[in-house]
Design a protein around this ligand. Structure first.
Ligand SMILES: Cc1cc2nc3c(=O)[nH]c(=O)nc-3n(C[C@H](O)[C@H](O)[C@H](O)COP(=O)(O)OP(=O)(O)OC[C@H]3O[C@@H](n4cnc5c(N)ncnc54)[C@H](O)[C@@H]3O)c2cc1C
Ligand code: FES
Length: 271
């Protein structure tokens, strides 16, 4: 669905990271965790292409305008890396952006009886908050959050408020354990009995480490991938990754925008 959204709020939550809430049609309230949004940042040539962002949160509140019904909103958590996100960061309440949403598949919420392990690196937490909100309705949820330094660790309190047990690790040891959060997660998985599913989003090296842990421990695992996107709907093939059957003789490609961005880890070729 394409729509014009009004910016309700847009503020910096940590240096270089912003949280933006925009108005949305009521249908957006049924978005699945893991689906994403394409944002047309400006009505101008540069930047021309829409930029993809995960759905950080969706909800409904009383409208700020008297006589209007409840207002659905959608939130994005984004990191300023280039022109598009730098432009987004300058927007204020009352400005408008053009959105396409919801796009892509979402996470499979799995069996309520198993433990859910969320693992995120840096801005990779963006689609995991809405996922956690849904999962805590039925399951025990633990969240393993990693970043380079303390400024990359976002929204811990929000996850804890949901009742999620949260573990933090930073590369430089400025917050939580020093080192990779995937090592902390693997220790937890090896030390505890019971069935579980891992849900991961973050930089590719982190996802590769998570896929390795899932393989070694036999735990089911879903990963949310990032790729450069142009159309966001499976038309341009600009976002393909290699599927598990891929070889030079028989290509097996998956579109991150349409077949994903969420994949079962064993559907992809990791090397
Ligand atoms: C499905 C999906 C969901 C995403 N969700 C989020 C999110 O919730 N929050 C968020 O902050 N970002 C998210 N991203 C990444 C986000 O789309 C890019 O950071 C954004 O498009 C950059 O736009 P820009 O114009 O600021 O930077 P550009 O000028 O386009 O790029 C600047 C630099 O950023 C890096 N970069 C840009 N796009 C990507 C990308 N897709 N993958 C890896 N590196 C990139 C490159 O190093 C590039 O040189 C998501 C990407 C995808 C595909
Ligand atoms: S972005 Fe065009 S096919 Fe995925």
């Amino acid at each position: 669905m394409q729509f014009k959204a009004m910016i309700i709020s847009n503020h910096e939550v940590s240096p270089g990271y912003f949280r933006m809430r925009v108005s949305a049609p009521p249908e957006l309230a049924d978005s699945r965790p893991g689906q994403f949004i394409m944002v047309r940042v400006r009505d101008a040539i540069d930047p021309l292409l829409r930029r993809p962002f995960g759905i950080f949160d969706v909800g409904t509140v009383a409208s700020e305008f008297s006589g209007c019904g409840p207002q659905t909103y959608v939130e994005m958590l984004y990191k300023v890396v280039g022109k598009g996100t730098a432009t987004l960061s300058t927007y204020h309440h009352g400005d408008h952006v053009d959105l396409l949403a919801p796009l892509g598949t979402g996470f499979d919420l799995g069996d309520p009886d198993e433990e859910k392990i969320l693992v995120g690196g840096g801005i990779g937490i963006a689609p995991l908050y809405y996922l956690a909100k849904k999962l805590v309705e039925h399951s025990r949820v633990r969240f393993f959050l990693g970043g380079r330094t303390r400024d990359d660790i976002l929204c811990v309190t929000e996850f804890e408020r949901l009742g999620v047990e949260t573990y933090v690790a930073t590369d430089d040891g400025t917050l939580g354990d020093r080192g990779f959060v995937t090592d902390v997660m693997e220790r937890h998985i090896r030390g505890a009995a019971g069935r579980r599913t891992i849900y991961a989003c973050g930089p590719m090296p982190m996802l590769q480490a998570v896929a390795g842990i899932a393989e070694r421990t036999g735990v089911s695992c879903q990963v949310s991938l990032e790729a450069y996107m142009a159309c966001g709907m499976g038309a341009c093939l600009g976002c393909v990754v290699k599927g598990k059957e891929h070889s030079d003789e028989s290509p097996d490609y998956r579109c991150v925008c349409k077949d994903g961005p969420v994949f079962a880890f064993d559907q992809l070729k990791w090397v």
